[in-house]
Design a protein around this ligand. Structure first.
Ligand SMILES: Nc1ncnc2c1ncn2[C@@H]1O[C@H](COP(=O)(O)OP(=O)(O)OP(=O)(O)O)[C@@H](O)[C@H]1O
Ligand SMILES: O=P(O)(O)OC[C@@]1(O)O[C@H](CO)[C@@H](O)[C@@H]1O
Length: 304
């Protein structure tokens, strides 16, 4: 079973307008609430790939109720810990540019945290836990790292989508896959890359530090997969990007869902790239037909 963990989910309030004029009253052409959060987006893609999964995390208040209602409509199985505070609303402004305003997130108390951690005792060998997204401010900065010994002791694997030192601190527990984008990769080592070789050298350092597989995503420029044996480049699908929100989550979902079925990291990377591209080409998270349309365009070649 795959479990997606979104400790700080969100109702995404997606607002469409031609132009935002700062300091003025702006009126939208369209707006909608969508269930959001990095792990929840992963669950949505896993469902599209017909890979059983359960969404874990914390939800609360009227916003949390609406989020769970939307997941139920999409037949996404969830087992959230209900908290007394409200799930946050993140604003996604689609105008002359894409602007995101993400709220910090709710208060989560010690009893609610303990109830969440108890779920990890149900993990079995072969399960995969996908840890994605920001931490609510009341959670300790090493919250993800706190979960890893129990995950590994139960014989499960984990994937993690976070950034900075929080990501580096998880590598000693050997994540199945991590996926920084190329900006996040540079930030990890406080550097910039003059060329592809420097980028790949940095990605290989993450393997040396413990990652089993590393994907580096580069939006419309495709991405790289580093495995213990080789390095691969994947081409980005050709299309009109209408929404970058969730592309990275979709790429992780495509990898984890395919790896769970095949144990083939290269095929998992190819499907991940297709899921990312399909989401980039649609307003919401991609559905199966959109993924299937993009998949044949993804060419993966060994580069080292
Ligand atoms: N404009 C695009 N055209 C084609 N494919 C894209 C585009 N944007 C994203 N993708 C696909 O999605 C993958 C992940 O996108 P990206 O590199 O933007 O991840 P990210 O920065 O983690 O995204 P997110 O905004 O979800 O955090 C890319 O490697 C690519 O395969
Ligand atoms: O604040 P975080 O957890 O870093 O990101 C949250 C978020 O921006 O990520 C998803 C897109 O990846 C959105 O659905 C959601 O609003």
């Amino acid at each position: 079973m795959i479990y997606t963990v979104t400790v700080n989910p969100a109702l995404d309030y997606v607002m469409q307008l031609k132009e935002v004029k700062s300091g003025e009253v702006n009126r939208t052409d369209d707006c909608q609430f969508l269930a959001g959060g990095k792990g929840i987006n992963v669950s949505q893609i896993l469902n599209q790939l017909s890979v059983d999964n359960t969404a874990w995390g914390f939800v609360g208040g009227f916003t949390g109720k609406e989020l769970v209602r939307q997941l139920n409509v999409k037949k996404i199985v969830s087992d959230f810990v209900t908290i007394s505070d409200d799930t946050r609303v993140n604003v996604k402004i689609h105008a002359q540019k894409e602007t995101e305003i993400n709220a910090a997130g709710p208060k989560i108390d010690a009893q609610e945290i303990a109830a969440f951690k108890a779920r990890l005792d149900d993990l079995n060998a072969g399960d995969i836990v996908v840890l994605s997204g920001s931490l609510a401010p009341s959670l300790p900065t090493d919250f993800y790292e706190e979960l890893l010994p129990t995950i590994k002791e139960n014989g499960a694997e984990f994937a993690i989508d976070t950034t900075g030192q929080a990501l580096l601190d998880t590598l000693k527990y050997k994540p199945l896959v991590i996926k920084p984008n190329h900006h996040e990769l540079a930030d990890l080592f406080n550097t910039t890359f003059a060329n592809k070789e420097e980028l790949l050298d940095a990605a290989k350092k993450l393997m040396d530090m413990g990652a089993q597989n590393v994907m580096i995503s580069m939006a419309g420029d495709g991405g790289y997969l580093i495995t213990k044996d080789h390095i691969y480049h994947g081409t980005a699908a050709k299309g009109i990007a209408v929404n970058s929100v969730g592309a990275g989550d979709s790429m992780i979902a495509g990898f984890v869902g395919t790896y769970y079925k095949t144990q083939d990291p290269v095929e998992a990377f190819r499907v991940g790239m297709a899921c990312g591209g399909a989401t980039a080409f649609t307003e919401d998270i991609a559905v199966k037909s959109q993924i299937d349309t993009v998949l044949p365009q993804i060419k993966v070649e060994e580069v080292q």
